[in-house]
Design a protein. Structure first.
Ligand code: DLL
Length: 432
C-alpha cells in the first residue's frame, strides 16, 4: 500500500532530476540563510550554480553533530523563530542537547514521510495504534503520531513507561499495531506473560519498531513473543526524526524517502564517497528542510545502499539494517567489534533469553569483554556441568564471529535491566 504512490514509485531518472533541482535549491538556501554554511561553502568555493549533477554533492563540506552543538541552540536555523512551529531535541548523553526546529512545511513533509513508512507495511485507517515512545522532546512519539493520524489510523498516545498499563491498553483497546523500540516491545511481551495475558487475547498484527538496532535474530524473538509482523524504521532527530526510511512489507531493506533525503555512503576515516553497494557511514543531505537544513550530515550509522528495484514497486533506494554506529564500534584488543554481531550470536540460542549486556574492562594493558546473558530457566544455574558446557559453546561461537576471546557469564532470568526507550547494552569501564 502506498501513501503517495506517484512519488514512491517515481522512475529513477525522474527522481534524480527532482533531487538535483532540490539540491541546487538547498545549497543556495543554506548559503543565503545560515552564516555557518555560507562560510563553509565559500571556503570550499561552492555555490548553487556549481552543482551540475548529483555527484557534485561530494564537494560540499560534511556537517557533524559537533557543528550543531557549537551553534547551540539555534545557530543553524535557516528561518526566524516566528516561522518555526515546533522544537525537538535529541537527548544527548553528555552536555547540551542538539536542538532542531520545524517550519509548518517541515511538519507536513515529516508526517507524509512517516505516513509512507507506516502504509508500506500495511498500516491503514482500520488500525488502532499504540505509541509507546516517550512523548516530549524526543522525535519518535510525535513523529509517528502525526504520520499515523494522517493516514487515518486511531492513535493511542500511551507514551513510554507504566508497562502493566500499556499491556492493559493493548488488550482492552484491541490494539492492532504497536510502536516502540524493539527492546521495549520485547519487555512488554514479558510483562504481558507475567500478567497471564495470552497472545490470543490480543489483536496485535504489526510492530512498527525503530530508533535502535535490532538484528534479524532479535526480530524473530519479538515476533514469537508477540505474534506480530515486526518492521524496522530508521530516522534521527537532526534529519527530521522517524520517517527517514522504513521497510516495506517485503522487509528487504529500508526505503529512504529520497525526494527529501539524499543519501551517500562514506569511509568514516578517509571521508571518501564509497561506490554503490559498499558498506560505510551514512551521510544525508536534506533537500526540502527549511527549519534546520542539513548539508551532508554524518549520521555515524553504518549501513549499505541497495539501488536494485524492489518487488514492492517503490523506486526509492533501500538501506540495510544499521550494522552499528561508528562511535558504537568497540575496539577490543585492536579488533573492531559491533554489538550487533554479538547479538546475532546470542539471540535465539537454546536456554538463552534475548537480554544481554556487554561489559568492557581494561585489566593492566589488556581489554577484556564480558558478555552477560540471561538464562531462560534459573534451574540451569545449579547444574554446573551443563552450565559450563553452554558457556563454552557460546564463547566458541563468539570467538568464530568476533575473532577475539570473551568471558561469557550466564545470569539469572530477569536480572539484566530493562529499558523503556533505547536499550543501553554496553558498559565500557575502560576509561573509568
Ligand atoms: O531515534 C528517531 C526515530 C524515532 C527513528 C522512532 C525511528 C523510530 P534519535 O533519538 O536522534 O532519533 O536517534 C538517532 O538512533 O543515528 C541510529 O543510531 C539510531 N536508530 C534510529 N533508528 C534506528 C534503526 C530517533 N531502525 C539514532 N535501527 C540513529 C538502528 C536506529 N538504529
Amino acid at each position: 500500500m502506498f501513501f503517495q504512490k506517484e512519488i514512491e514509485t517515481m522512475p529513477r531518472n525522474k527522481l534524480e532530476e527532482l533531487q538535483l533541482e532540490r539540491l541546487k535549491w538547498m545549497v543556495g538556501y543554506c548559503y543565503d540563510n545560515v552564516p555557518f554554511y555560507q562560510k563553509r561553502l565559500k571556503d570550499a568555493g561552492i555555490t548553487a550554480d556549481k552543482i551540475k549533477c548529483l555527484s557534485d554533492l561530494q564537494y560540499i563540506p560534511l556537517t557533524t553533530k559537533e557543528d550543531i552543538r557549537d551553534n547551540y541552540p539555534f545557530g543553524l536555523f535557516a528561518k526566524p523563530m516566528k516561522e518555526i512551529t515546533r522544537l525537538h531535541a535529541s537527548s544527548g548523553t553528555t552536555g547540551k542537547p542538539t536542538v532542531v526546529g520545524y517550519t509548518k512545511r517541515d511538519l507536513e513533509n515529516w508526517s507524509d514521510c512517516v505516513a509512507r513508512v507506516c502504509m508500506a507495511v500495511g498500516v491503514t485507517d482500520e488500525d488502532i495504534v499504540q505509541i509507546a515512545f516517550g512523548y516530549g522532546l524526543f522525535t519518535g512519539a510525535l513523529g509517528l503520531h502525526y504520520g499515523l493520524e494522517k493516514i487515518g489510523a486511531t492513535v493511542i498516545p500511551a507514551s513510554s513507561g507504566n508497562t502493566q498499563k500499556q499491556v492493559m491498553l493493548l488488550k482492552d483497546f484491541g490494539v492492532t499495531a504497536l510502536v516502540s523500540t524493539p527492546s521495549y516491545g520485547l519487555y512488554m511481551s514479558e510483562v504481558a506473560k507475567e500478567q497471564g495475558i495470552s497472545l490470543d487475547e490480543l489483536k496485535l498484527k504489526t510492530g512498527l519498531f525503530g530508533s535502535e538496532g535490532c538484528t534479524p535474530e532479535m526480530r524473530t524473538q519479538i515476533e514469537k513473543a508477540f505474534h506480530v509482523f515486526a518492521t524496522d524504521n530508521y530516522g534521527m532527530s537532526e534529519l527530521m526524526g522517524p520517517g527517514v526510511s522504513g521497510e516495506c512489507y517485503l522487509r528487504c531493506g529500508m526505503h529512504i524517502n529520497e525526494d527529501h533525503f539524499l543519501p551517500e555512503i562514506i569511509n568514516s576515516n578517509t571521508k571518501e564517497v564509497l561506490d554503490k553497494g559498499e558498506t560505510g557511514e551514512l551521510v544525508i543531505t536534506t533537500i526540502t528542510k527549511e527549519g534546520i537544513p542539513m548539508l551532508r550530515y554524518r549520521t555515524k550509522d553504518i549501513t549499505r545502499l541497495n539501488y536494485d528495484t524492489c518487488a514492492c514497486g517503490r523506486t526509492h533506494v533501500r538501506m540495510d539494517k544499521i550494522k552499528g554506529r561508528s562511535d558504537d564500534m568497540l575496539k577490543i584488543r585492536g579488533v573492531n567489534v559491533f554489538p550487533s554481531q554479538i547479538e546475532s550470536v546470542l539471540v535465539g540460542l537454546e536456554h538463552i533469553g534475548p537480554h544481554y549486556q556487554l561489559i568492557i574492562r581494561r585489566e593492566g594493558f589488556m581489554d577484556t569483554l564480558e558478555v552477560q546473558v540471561e538464562l531462560i530457566d534459573s534451574s540451569l544455574l545449579e547444574q554446573y556441568g551443563k552450565l559450563e558446557k553452554l558457556q563454552n559453546d557460546i564463547s566458541a561461537k563468539l570467538r568464530t564471529v568476533l575473532g577475539i576471546d570473551s568471558k561469557v557469564s550466564l545470569v539469572e532470568p530477569k536480572s539484566i535491566e530493562r529499558f523503556q526507550g533505547k536499550a543501553k547494552r554496553i558498559i565500557d569501564l575502560r576509561n573509568k
